[in-house]
Design a binder for this molecule. Structure first.
Ligand code: SME
Length: 171
């Protein structure tokens, strides 16, 4: 896998935040998300809006989007960033592993994983990642939510807590 590739004009390199800066940014993003789609029912509308507002407030969000469960595999849904892989099988890559286990995964250095098996590089610029399960009210798996950064070690438990809160909007 090539170490990196040229970023298209519409994507900027990630910039990590301190824990304090992160908490402030998520607070603002959460308020904007609730104000915009708080009581909407349409999942596609909610997904597209969440991607946009999180990418607006969090400068290390290089790629952000949803993979949805369709016929026993994952299919790319609404996202912002460079070209996303179209399909991901359960158990493959970070997304497929989270879909199979139902547990969140935080990866500090994606290039340290076995490519094609533990990690799928839709874009070689991805250096760290967080993937969370997304559930409906009945607990069934709607899909997974995936965020990539173009620098290492962008994600931690602060991201996990805020994203679990935001993604509960689908439950
Ligand atoms: N890296 C993910 C694939 C999706 S891209 O990041 C958009 C994975 O390993 O599952």
């Amino acid at each position: 896998m090539s170490a990196s590739s040229e970023m298209p004009y519409f994507v900027k390199p990630s910039v990590n935040l301190s824990p304090e800066e992160k908490a402030t940014a998520y607070d603002q993003a959460y308020a904007a998300i609730i104000a915009t789609i708080g009581d909407e029912a349409d999942d596609t509308m909610k997904m597209a809006t969440i991607n946009c507002l999180l990418k607006t407030f969090l400068p290390y969000y290089y790629w952000v989007g949803f993979y949805l469960v369709r016929n026993g595999r994952l299919v790319v849904g609404p996202y912002q960033g460079t070209l996303g892989c179209l399909y991901i099988d359960f158990g493959r890559g970070v997304c497929g592993t989270v879909a199979a286990t139902g547990r969140t995964k935080i990866v500090g250095n994606t290039h340290a994983l076995e490519q094609g098996k533990e990690h799928i590089a839709c874009d070689p610029n991805s250096r760290s990642e967080i993937v969370l399960p997304v559930r409906r009210a009945d607990g069934s798996l709607l899909g997974v939510f995936d965020v990539d950064s173009s620098v290492e070690d962008s994600f931690d438990e602060i991201d996990q807590q805020w994203l679990e809160r935001i993604l509960s909007i689908f439950g």
